[in-house]
Design a protein around this ligand. Structure first.
Ligand code: AMP
Ligand code: GLY
Length: 436
């Protein structure tokens, strides 16, 4: 079958790599793609908002499956437009319609949804434009640190967590009064702060049944020891040692199952991935956020561990037979390190030549912010690429990933040097114990 994959990051390179391995695949097209996805399919330029051009492309190329990598086209109704077109009856979109995409597109919707379906999450209150005073008054009833979120999509910049009540009040003014967060901030969610460790869990669903995918830990901050500004993600590890079987069973029973049941009950058709951003609070899962897509860079750690054919799962979604398919996972560990441009997530330079990529062995390279200029590959973004190393245990996967990451060379290369280190089991030395 012919597939169109939408996106251009490391996540989409990993998805293209995985889809290309399927015996069910005839042609893979990626839009816009990147210099890495070219190895697995054909990059095409398509304006997703140009309905006529999109319809013509899908029909001409006989596309059966459209896989949407990022959330924006889903929130924007791409699935709805394809589903409403009688000429495109044969096309299945992997990714929800705009009503399902509200799980990511509106934090208030997501919180109310969880509340309706008894899914564990931090207690919250929502305030809209015109309720600034009520929102500021509410700070008095909260305890620090204060968690304040713009309701809409804000490219990862819509969450402010601060121990300082004055700063919290200023954030509320910026969102509800000064328009600093645009439309996304005209509605604000204030919530209880959760203390714990974060883990990203994923499922794939046809709207009826679902399958859990491997979980991963993402490293969101720019600097070692989880310090400095938030980024899109600087590394990932899968599986996650503190999210073993018992915890994942709770995630399945208390979060994943009620989420899919809840969507169905509310008449929200949902086909695609659900990303559950969780906090492990003393062994209990709480949902921090939903995303309606896979994570980046989590995907680059998860897909190399999946033995099952991704396209077979997509076909299961297309035919409503996902329950008959299997997700088979390699129990080795995958460690992904993001290679960024110095300065990211702030200002950074572009256009530096990238060398030695072809010398990387025994690890996967997934490109993101790269561009080809003739024969030369150049840096072209904040997150330039990621490398994934595999190992029988965490230590060997870390070593493999860093060996590969050291080979790639370009001016301004920046990576965290501690991905996975917090998860390595420290030897427990008991007083009086004899060490061997
Ligand atoms: P979000 O965009 O909702 O994922 O929030 C961004 C980050 O803020 C999360 O990855 C968490 O690290 C943190 N965060 C969000 N909500 C909470 C909360 N209620 N308690 C503690 N940390 C939170
Ligand atoms: N790595 C976090 C995300 O994809 O949202």
């Amino acid at each position: 079958m012919n597939v169109l994959l939408i996106g251009s990051g490391g996540r989409e390179h990993a998805m293209a790599w995985k889809i290309a391995q399927s015996s069910l695949l005839d042609e893979l097209y990626v839009t816009p793609g990147n210099p890495g996805t070219v190895r697995h399919g054909r990059n095409v330029d398509l304006d997703l908002k140009d309905e006529k051009a999109l319809r013509k492309f899908l029909l001409d190329k006989r596309i059966r499956i459209v896989v949407v990598g990022p959330e924006a086209p889903l929130v924007d109704g791409l699935h709805d437009r394809i589903a409403a077109d009688p000429k495109l009856k044969e096309v299945t979109v992997i990714g929800p319609t705009s009503s399902g995409a509200r799980l990511e597109g509106s934090k208030d919707f997501a919180k109310e949804f969880m509340f309706r379906h008894n899914i564990p999450t931090a207690a919250h209150r929502t305030f809209v434009k015109g309720q600034l005073q009520e929102a500021v008054d509410h700070l008095e009833r909260m305890t620090a640190p204060y968690v304040i979120k713009a309701d809409g999509l804000a490219a990862g910049k819509g969450v402010v967590i601060t121990p300082d009540k004055k700063e919290a009040a200023k954030t509320l003014r910026d969102m509800l009064q000064n328009g600093k967060y645009g439309e996304a901030g005209e509605r604000v969610v204030m919530e209880q702060h959760l203390q714990g460790v974060e883990v990203s869990a994923f499922l794939i669903t046809d709207g009826d049944s679902f399958k859990m995918l491997p979980a991963a830990k993402d490293y969101k901050r720019i600097s070692r020891g989880d310090t400095g500004p938030n980024t899109g993600g600087m590394g990932a590890v899968s599986p996650v040692p503190f999210a073993e079987k018992d915890f994942m069973q709770k995630v399945h029973d208390r979060v994943a199952a009620p989420t899919i049941r809840g969507l169905k009950k509310e008449g929200i058709p949902y086909r695609g991935f659900v990303f559950m951003g969780l906090m492990n609070v003393s062994g209990e899962p709480y949902v921090i956020e939903y995303n309606v897509r896979l994570g980046d860079p989590e995907t680059q750690a998860i897909l190399p561990r999946m033995r099952s054919d991704l396209l077979d799962l997509f076909e299961g979604i297309a035919t409503g037979t996902l329950s008959e398919r299997h997700v088979d996972v390699d129990d080795r560990t995958a460690v992904t390190i993001v290679l960024a441009s110095d300065g990211y997530p702030g200002k950074y330079e572009k256009g530096h030549p990238i060398a030695s990529l072809d010398l990387v062995r025994d690890a996967y390279v997934f490109q993101a912010g790269t561009v080809r200029s003739g024969e030369q590959l150049l840096t072209n973004g904040g997150r330039v690429m990621s490398v994934t190393g595999m190992g029988k245990d965490l230590e060997s996967a870390i070593a493999s990933a860093y060996r590969a990451a050291a080979i790639v060379a370009y001016e301004g290369k920046y990576m965290r040097d501690d991905i996975g280190h917090d998860l390595v089991k420290k030897p427990t030395v008991r007083a009086g114990a004899v060490s061997r």
